[in-house]
Design a protein around this ligand. Structure first.
Ligand code: SF4
Length: 354
């Protein structure tokens, strides 16, 4: 599946780094050093699971282990079809709305976060809720409520219909206006241009978001900033890594599902950063051999909701097609982890105490 189109953003802004950038490492799969012009793979690091995704998947697995199947999950716990299928096989039942969950059952809320109305409905239906909203999304929810309490209109930069955007907008529905990119920044209308603030979805392109904010500030000079970056460390770091591999790549393959915002952004960033072509695939089975025509160097990365086993599957497939030199390009070291949701920690403790 191709996600095409030229990227039009400018500038760079990468933060939240937890280690040295630009160091080159060697993939530990027993590969030899890369000779010039040999067919090779540049493997981006970091890639794959972020701390919020690890926590969300762990939450469903721990809930199943403690309470037994079925455990209901509202929406895809993370945007990856393989992760969802794996959890379904273990006893999770995915639903679109809490209204589909039998009264009194356990329901896990996805990493993307929800509007307060969803908690209210879950309480009304007597559901036992485990909230796997990523703490970095919760932080944006707090910012939305704080701006709202100050009487500001909030320009929320994000993609219409994305679950995270729905959840964040739901924190202050009367005061949030969605801005889906720089073109909409030129059109959005507010009640009082002197009383506006901006927030963003966590998984956007860093460069495009800067461009959108710049366009908003041209129209609203008093525009207030969020207290810290809303685009999360994982999104920024994966984009930084793809920027390092793209200029030398004839082709960049991004492993991720089509509904994964951060994965789709990686394709765009790869194209903007100099890759001749870039494709999004759910797994090795979606790679088209024709993409390899005249290709010497392939960049490879994956979105924040992608298990590394799928990347290893792509590496195996590429090895079978002559790309047997793999060089890991180490952009950023990540060490962040999140504790499980408090309600789950309480259940685990109670179980341990008999
Ligand atoms: S991509 Fe960022 S915001 Fe989303 S779950 Fe991962 S760490 Fe949290």
């Amino acid at each position: 599946m191709s996600v095409g189109g030229a990227w039009e953003g400018g500038g760079t802004a990468v933060s939240a780094r937890t280690g040295p950038a630009g160091a080159r490492g060697t993939y530990d799969g027993g590969m030899t050093h890369t000779p010039a012009l040999a067919k090779r793979v540049l493997l981006a690091q970091p890639r794959g699971y972020c701390a919020g995704v690890e926590r969300a998947i762990d939450s469903v697995e721990k809930a199943l282990a403690i309470h037994g199947a079925p455990v209901y999950v509202r929406k895809q716990i993370v945007h990856n079809k393989h992760v969802v299928a794996d959890l379904e096989a273990k006893g999770a039942i995915f639903v679109e709305e809490t209204a589909e969950v039998p009264e009194g059952s356990i329901v896990v809320l996805s990493a993307h976060g929800v509007a307060p109305t969803v908690y209210a409905e879950a309480t009304q239906r007597n559901l036992r809720t485990i909230d796997a909203t990523c703490p970095l999304v919760t932080k944006v929810h707090h910012e939305a409520r704080r701006f709202s309490e100050q009487g500001l209109e909030i320009l929320l930069i994000g993609h219409a219909g994305h679950e995270e955007v729905v959840g964040t907008a739901g924190q202050a529905p009367e005061q949030v206006m969605l801005v889906d990119g720089p073109l909409e920044a030129a059109r959005v209308e507010v009640r009082d241009p002197s009383r506006v603030a901006w927030l963003s979805q966590t998984t956007l392109s860093v460069d495009e978001t800067l461009e959108t904010v710049h366009a908003l500030r041209e129209r609203f000079p008093n525009l207030m900033d969020p207290p810290s970056d809303d685009i999360c460390y994982a999104t920024q770091n994966r984009q930084a890594a793809v920027k390092q591999i793209a200029p030398a790549s004839d082709l960049v393959i991004v492993v991720g599902s089509r509904n994964s915002s951060n994965s789709v952004r990686l394709v765009e960033v790869a194209l903007e950063s100099g890759a001749k072509a870039s494709y999004l695939v759910d797994d090795a089975g979606e790679i088209d051999e024709a993409w390899l025509d005249s290709v010497t160097t392939i960049g490879l990365t994956s979105g924040a909701s992608v298990p590394d086993s799928l990347v290893l599957g792509v590496l195996d497939w590429l090895r079978g097609h002559g790309f047997d030199n793999v060089e890991e390009i180490d952009a950023v070291r990540e060490t962040l982890t999140f504790a499980l949701p408090p309600e789950l920690r309480r259940d685990i403790k109670e179980r341990a105490n008999g």
